[in-house]
Each structure stands twice: as structure tokens, then as C-alpha cells.
Design a protein around this ligand. Structure first.
Ligand code: MG
Length: 458
């Protein structure tokens, strides 16, 4: 079945509200997901949560009707972070979970994220099997077997308690520091859990953009260029750190005590320092994440494993390797001691633990490591296979370490470049990192040569 303008990825479906994404489309996918989940589970419960987007209540109604129509009992946790939905799926031993959220995408977007019974997003094979229901017809329940809607109002409370119970977090020690912190949740779903967690950790919290009304007044992705207000708030309040979350609270970005957005790659690297310092073990991230993680882990005697881009790819590799921590360079920290999902509340607790146990400032900690710059480029995806490009690059860089799990990644001791076709858009991404921006730009330029030649030859 084809859907015009809809972005269908491994574990989700997203689109602009009123264009590609309508209640009819959402209903079809939610019903297919419900039927798929119930068919492979002993449970007939599906956990449902949503972020703060204005379109959230409308799609919530559509999802509830769709799930009831296939006989799924809905456990509604209301407005909640995506990691809270994932934890609730595990808690209730449900057949699966649905999060209505377009994550960091702009205000006009919304989406469904599909969660399996273990609290992980659907992988490629599961996503394909689920979507097969769209083509073969969705089995609907008769009037006497329709699903029932119930509410679980404790999911966020449980999430907070679980974070505070983590072995890596010295709650009393952090409380004794009475940290002054700044918080920007961009009118997403994060204000409630973040404020309460920080207060339980003894912090004095200065917040902005906390009202969860979903009318984002800035692009909601927590990248440095969007965090000017938070930087100013840190300076004004004398906070020791600033925290920014995306609307569904699985990504966390940091602002230093000097009011500088330090870049999302540092979130995972600094969280890993805390965890590996206490419990050295496997670390997993994706192929496009900064090598600052390699430096941080390397000082603690640990080598970093890399998986293809996509949260589920990182999460399943972590499960297979029994990793102690992992995640993505976009501020997504995954701590298996709690669960295999990106979790901003977990990251906040680990960062406060770092400030507590190191006794230093964010700036001092960051400047004790090598500094890198990342440059990102993209171009329209050629019709022809990229294999000829990969061949040319391997010949052009004979001294590089080669990784072909996901496109082509070439790496050296202090730099790398990753060329990969996007999974959701008709583009090729070229991402490079080096000691300086000029180094990274040069790597991108060298990779663009065979790519541009291929586009020009068609
Ligand atoms: Mg997100």
C-alpha cells in the first residue's frame, strides 16, 4: 500500500498534519499495529502515550478507536515522554506500545512510534511484518470483543522512582550539593518529569518554555543553534548546567555554566564517563556519533562498538553485547540498567552525578578532552547504486579503517567520515569529524567528488 508524502521508517510513520498524516492514515497504521501485536503475544493490552503536540488529542482519539476495533485493551498513560511509554509496556507486560509523537520534528508534524513487548522499537523485520497487515486486511473484532480503554496515571511517577533507584546515582550526595540548574523543555512533554526529578535530586530549578501546550515557538530540536534562550537563562541565574529536551524527552542537550551550548555529542560521552567509571563494560553507539565517546571510553580502558544508524539498531546491539551504556550522538542516552531506550531523565541523573563526583565545572570537564568539529552535508540520492562511490573512496583513502555496516564509514585515529543513504528521505548524507572544521570540510569535499560525479553522469 502506498501513502503519498508519508515518511514510513523501520519503527514509525510520520507526516505533516492535514497533509500526509490524517486520522484515516493513523487509524490504519494503529489498527495494523494492534492486530500484529496481539497476534504474537499472550497479552491483549497496548500502552498508549503522546507528547504535547496540538494534534495529539485528535490522533489519540483515532488510535483509541483503531485499537478497540482490533480487540486491543488500551492502557492510556496520557501525555508522557516516549521512554515512559517504553517503560510502561514492560511494567504492564503489554503486547506493545504506541507513542504519538514526531519527536524533534517541527510543530506541523506528528507521527506514530511502534514499540514491541520488550519496550524496544520494532526492528526492520517486525516493521515489515506489521505493515503487511495493511495489505492483507486487518482482522477486526466483533461488537462483543472490542477493546476497553483504561488509564494508568502512575507511569511518570514510576519512571522517576526507577531513575532515582539506579545504582550509578548517589541521590543523597547529589542532594547535598543543592545544584542550581536551568531547564528548557520547549513546550514538550518533558516539564513534569524533569522538574520533579531535579527537585528530588535537591536542585534549584530555573525553567523556561515549560507549559506543555505544544505550540513550539522555536524549532524543537535541541541543537546548539536553538538553545539561545537557555544559554541566557544559565548566565542570568548562575546555574551550574543547563538542560534542554526535545518534545518527547528522549534527547538531552547541555549548556555549560558559562552559557555555552556544548553540542549534543557530549551528553552521551559524559554520561558514559560516569557509568564506565563505576562499571567498565561494552559501549555501543552509531556510526555517525562523535569520536569524543571513544576518547572518554578509551581513558577508562573501554573500546566503543558501532552499529548502523537508528535507535533500534543501537539498542539491539547493546542487548546482544550486554552493554553497560550506549546511545546516539544526538543526545540520546541508553542505560540498560533501566531499559533499552533513549531516556533524557536518565541522562539528567547521570550528568548531575558527574558534577557531584568530579567536583568540577562542565567547561573544565569538557576541556580535559580533545576537541572535534563535525560537518554535515546532504545531496539528492542518485538513482544508480552507490557501490561505485564506495569503491572510489576506499581506493582514495587506502590508510583508513573501513566499516560497511551502513553505507561506508572511513576512520583514522582523530577523524572519520560517513557516507550513507537516508532510510526515510531520498537523500545521501555525508558526515565528517576532525580536529578542526577545515579538516572535517576537507573530508566532506573529498567524498562529494565521486558522489557528484555519479549524479552528473546520470
Ligand atoms: Mg525525540
Amino acid at each position: 500500500m502506498a501513502f503519498e508524502g508519508l515518511m514510513v521508517s523501520v519503527s514509525g510513520v510520520r507526516g505533516r498534519v492535514g497533509e500526509a498524516l490524517t486520522p484515516e492514515i493513523v487509524t490504519q497504521f494503529a489498527a495494523a499495529f494492534g492486530a500484529f501485536s496481539l497476534a504474537r503475544s499472550n497479552s491483549n493490552a497496548i500502552v498508549l502515550g503522546r507528547d504535547s503536540r496540538v494534534s495529539g488529542p485528535m490522533f489519540h482519539s483515532a488510535v483509541v478507536a483503531a485499537l478497540q476495533s482490533v480487540g486491543a485493551n488500551i492502557i492510556d498513560i496520557g501525555m508522557a515522554p516516549t521512554p515512559t511509554v517504553q517503560l510502561a509496556v514492560e511494567h504492564h507486560h503489554a503486547a506493545g506500545g504506541l507513542a504519538i509523537t514526531a519527536s524533534h520534528n517541527p510543530v506541523e508534524w506528528n507521527a506514530l512510534k511502534f514499540i514491541g513487548p520488550a519496550g524496544l522499537f520494532l526492528d526492520a523485520a517486525e516493521g515489515k511484518a506489521m505493515r503487511a497487515y495493511l495489505d492483507m486486511g486487518i482482522p477486526r473484532a466483533s461488537w462483543d470483543k472490542l477493546g476497553v480503554l483504561t488509564h494508568d496515571r502512575d507511569a511518570i511517577d514510576r519512571h522517576i522512582e526507577a531513575v532515582l533507584a539506579l545504582p550509578f546515582v548517589d541521590v543523597e550526595g547529589i542532594r547535598s550539593r543543592k545544584f542550581v540548574v536551568a531547564l528548557d523543555t520547549c513546550h514538550g512533554a518533558g516539564a513534569d518529569i524533569m522538574q520533579r526529578l531535579m527537585e528530588r535530586l535537591g536542585c534549584v530549578v530555573h525553567g523556561i518554555n515549560l507549559e506543555p501546550h505544544g505550540r513550539f515557538h522555536r524549532p524543537p530540536e535541541p541543537v546548539a543553534e536553538n538553545l539561545g534562550e537557555l544559554c541566557a537563562l544559565v548566565k542570568k541565574t548562575g546555574a551550574v548546567i543547563g538542560f534542554a529536551t526535545d518534545p518527547d524527552v528522549d534527547r538531552l542537550a547541555l549548556v555549560s555554566e558559562q552559557g555555552t551550548a556544548i553540542g549534543e555529542d557530549w551528553t552521551l560521552a559524559l554520561a558514559a564517563r560516569v557509568v564506565l567509571g563505576q562499571r567498565p563494560g561494552p559501549v555501543v553507539t552509531n556510526l555517525s556519533t562523535s569520536r569524543i565517546l571513544d576518547d572518554v571510553a578509551g581513558r577508562l580502558g573501554v573500546a566503543v562498538e558501532r552499529a548502523p544508524v537508528g535507535e533500534v539498531n543501537v539498542a539491539t546491539r547493546m542487548r546482544d553485547l550486554n552493554a553497560v551504556i550506549g546511545g546516539e550522538g544526538n543526545g540520546g542516552v541508553i542505560l540498560p540498567a533501566l531499559h533499552l531506550g533513549r531516556d533524557a531523565p536518565v541522562a539528567v541523573a547521570l550528568l548531575l552525578q558527574l558534577l557531584h563526583e568530579s567536583g568540577g565545572t562542565v567547561t573544565a570537564i569538557v576541556s580535559s578532552y580533545p576537541q572535534y568539529r563535525i560537518v554535515k552535508d546532504k545531496l539528492d540520492r542518485p538513482e544508480a547504486s552507490l557501490d561505485v562511490v564506495y569503491e572510489a573512496l576506499r581506493r582514495g583513502f587506502p590508510d583508513a579503517v573501513v566499516d560497511t555496516q551502513d553505507g561506508l564509514r572511513l576512520s583514522w585515529d582523530d577523524r572519520w567520515v560517513h557516507v550513507r543513504p537516508s532510510g526515510t528521505e531520498p537523500i545521501v548524507r555525508v558526515i565528517a569529524e576532525g580536529p578542526t572544521e577545515a579538516d572535517a570540510r576537507e573530508l566532506v569535499r573529498r567524498c562529494r567528488e565521486p558522489l557528484d560525479a555519479l549524479v552528473g553522469s546520470i
